[in-house]
Write a new protein. Structure first.
Length: 191
């Protein structure tokens, strides 16, 4: 092999590596991993998600008009301090991010990083041992939203002594994942 061929091969190799590094760097710049601001209040934050079913009510937006009303509800509450790892921002990222990508008309990879984001809340943390009562705030994200969309606000309120309840409304939220694996997406509701 000639010196010229080796030099050309080395140049192609360096160019390939440079392009790969540029793409990795561009993704980090275009789609950075963000962190939620540190809450300013004295309380630590706990979180829990529940699946509620009301068999006496029908879900008027469901494809099946006989389907009972179901909700996914997330609670953020003042908690005892814990060394446990904070909860993920989206515990159902595999369902929510593709739906958000469709709604916003962006490639799914633009939102894939959301699966790696962590909050300040600890799942299942014990409720703060405090003699005061904690006022409750309900958060609804609106059409095409999702219950975690205002996590930064929920965490700040909880750190100040509030309980925050975020509710995903099936067929109105971007996507709602139920514990049994079913998914209710905004676009799949009855017309």
């Amino acid at each position: 092999m000639s010196t010229r061929s080796r030099s050309r091969g080395l140049a192609v190799g360096l160019l390939t590596v440079s392009c790969a590094l540029a793409l990795v760097g561009a993704k980090a710049v275009l789609f950075p991993h963000f962190r939620f601001p540190t809450p300013t209040g004295p309380y630590a934050i706990g979180t829990a998600t529940r699946h509620w079913v009301d068999p006496t009510r029908r879900d008027i937006l469901a494809p099946d008009p006989e389907q009972p009303r179901e909700l996914m509800v997330q609670f953020w509450y003042p908690a005892e301090r814990s060394e446990a790892r904070p909860a993920p921002y989206l515990d159902d990222a595999a369902v929510v991010t593709p739906a958000l990508a469709r709604i916003f008309g962006v490639p799914r990879m633009a939102l894939d990083h959301l699966a790696a984001v962590r909050t300040h809340a600890v799942a299942g943390a014990p409720v703060a041992d405090d003699p005061t009562r904690f006022p409750v705030v309900l958060l609804l994200s609106g059409l095409g939203g999702f219950r975690q969309s205002t996590t930064f606000l929920a965490e700040e309120l909880v750190s100040q002594g509030f309980v925050v309840v975020g509710i995903d409304l099936p067929y109105a939220a971007a996507a709602v994942a139920f514990p049994d694996g079913r998914v209710a997406e905004m676009g799949s509701r009855r017309r």
